[in-house]
Ligand binder design. Structure first.
Ligand code: NAD
Length: 443
């Protein structure tokens, strides 16, 4: 079993550290935010992820999982150092902000006094392995400490992060030092996943290419949805019909309000930026981003085409998080939709089973007029006296709402199903004016 340090206690770092501890390793997770570490020590998690709290508790109790803000404490005797800090969009051109990775590398260099393998788990631009090597070398100054750098991008999804970490489709390892990559591979041996061993640059690119491909699938089906709507076909059934084809697959063919979250938007932007910088013209990536942006606008277009104006109207918003089973609000479609609706004079009643607090913080941070936003305790409260209801996040509990009850408390029975959750004929039977995304076929 190994001694491991994980830098960053966000969605990736905390899941990685906890799962590695659960596999029997001794893990110290480090974060620069004192409050996060203080709360983690009390068993309070900074994020919501199904099953994580229990797993953290079990491993802390077993003495395999520790939390600290001290690099010297975290790096003591450790053989593997995972960098799992955030890499958000950094500039207007869309490039990744590498400040957090660089700062982590500097801190490693300042405290490291023995050989260790530094593993980049953050999603980082091609060439970042070299950057980390350079920053560590520079900050080691004249101290004779050797280290290796391995790229090991993470593919877990928020909402099913534990399962994804424990059952990966593949483990990607990139390094110019095969022996170091081999040692990292041994950490994952018990997961019995295929290992793709390659060079640093290729490993870094595999992550971006994978996310860009998935985002492309989403924008593709959203474009098809627009065509379906105009020509009278139902994109939901089109996706099913396409998905049976093994060359295509059903996953990521759900038309809706587009992708959001902490990965796809920033990663497609960063990849396009890398290509731009290299003198290329990544047309497909730009189209993927444009379609995604327009998709959110559809809600406002559909609302105004039915209600004529949003001035003075009450709009119910079901779901705030960028997807179900997470509290993550980063680049969530709900933010834009609520901003645009309130800017056009509407008041918004909203509900999310988990992302209520993170939703409030995100809306405030994004400058939404909070005097026009109410947070309700359930979907039925959202519907009260609403002129329209918009499904923004496909939480399971929204799939089985009592539509008769919803209809009875609404002022106007208008339902914009931004995630195509419902059977349109069923909803119309309850007297609703129903609009899905790409559902042109009339029942
Ligand atoms: P996050 O924002 O949830 O967490 C990052 C954490 O790192 C924060 O707690 C922050 O305080 C901490 N941090 C920043 N600088 C630090 C430093 N110098 N030392 C110690 N701690 C520091 O981010 P995340 O969602 O976990 O993403 C981390 C990386 O993993 C990103 O590059 C992301 O693209 C990638 N990734 C994310 C997901 C996902 O679903 N969230 C999936 C795969 C890959």
């Amino acid at each position: 079993m190994s001694v491991i340090c994980v830098i960053g206690t966000g969605y990736v770092g905390l899941v990685t550290g906890t799962c590695l501890a659960d596999m029997g390793n001794t893990v110290t997770c480090i974060d620069i935010v004192q409050e996060k570490i203080d709360r983690l020590k009390q068993g309070i998690l900074p994020i919501y992820e199904p099953g994580l709290e229990e797993m953290v508790e079990r491993n802390v109790h077993a003495g395999r999982l520790n939390f600290t803000t001290s690099y010297s404490e975290a790096l003591k005797d450790c053989e593997f150092i995972f960098i799992a800090v955030n890499t958000p969009t950094g500039d207007k051109q869309g490039g990744a902000d590498m400040r957090f990775v660089e700062s982590a590398a500097r801190s490693i260099a300042q405290e490291l006094d023995h050989y260790a393998i530094v593993i980049n788990k953050s999603t980082v631009p091609v060439g970042s392995g070299d950057l980390v090597t350079r920053v560590i070398r520079e900050n080691l100054a004249n101290r004779k400490v050797s280290f290796s750098v391995v790229s090991n991008p993470e593919f877990l999804r928020e909402g099913s992060a534990l399962l994804d970490f424990q059952n990966p489709d593949r483990i990607v390892l990139g390094s110019s030092e095969p022996e170091a990559a081999h040692k990292v591979a041994r950490l994952y041996l018990s997961l019995r996943a295929p290992i793709v061993a390659t060079d640093l640059y290729t490993a870094e690119m595999i992550k971006y290419a994978s996310n860009a491909f998935l985002a492309t699938k989403i924008s593709f089906i959203n474009e098809i949805a627009q065509i379906c709507e105009r020509l009278g076909a139902d994109v939901k059934e089109v996706a099913v019909g396409m998905g049976y084809d093994k060359r295509i697959g059903r996953a990521f063919l759900d038309a809706g309000l587009g992708y959001g979250g902490s990965c796809f938007p920033k990663d497609v932007r960063a990849l396009a930026h890398m290509a731009d910088e290299a003198g290329l013209h990544p047309q497909l990536l730009h189209a993927v981003m444009d379609i995604n942006h327009d998709q959110r606008r559809l809600v406002i277009t559909k609302l105004t085409s039915i209600l004529e104006t949003l001035q003075g109207k009450t709009i119910g918003v079901l779901g705030l998080a960028f997807k179900p089973n997470t509290d993550d609000m980063r680049e969530a479609p709900a933010i834009d939709i609520i901003r645009w609706a309130t800017q056009q004079g509407a008041t918004v009643r909203s509900y999310d089973p988990i992302a209520r607090e993170t939703g409030r913080v995100a809306l405030e941070r994004e400058g939404v007029d909070m005097t026009k936003v109410t947070f309700c305790d359930d979907a039925y409260a959202v519907a009260e006296q609403a002129d329209a209801l918009v499904v923004v996040t496909e939480w399971n509990e929204f799939k089985s709402l009592n539509m008769k009850r919803i209809r009875e408390v609404m002022r106007e029975p208008v339902l914009i199903d931004g995630r195509n959750l419902y059977e349109q004929s069923e909803i119309r039977r309850h007297g609703f004016v129903y609009r899905g995304i790409g559902r042109g076929a009339t029942p």
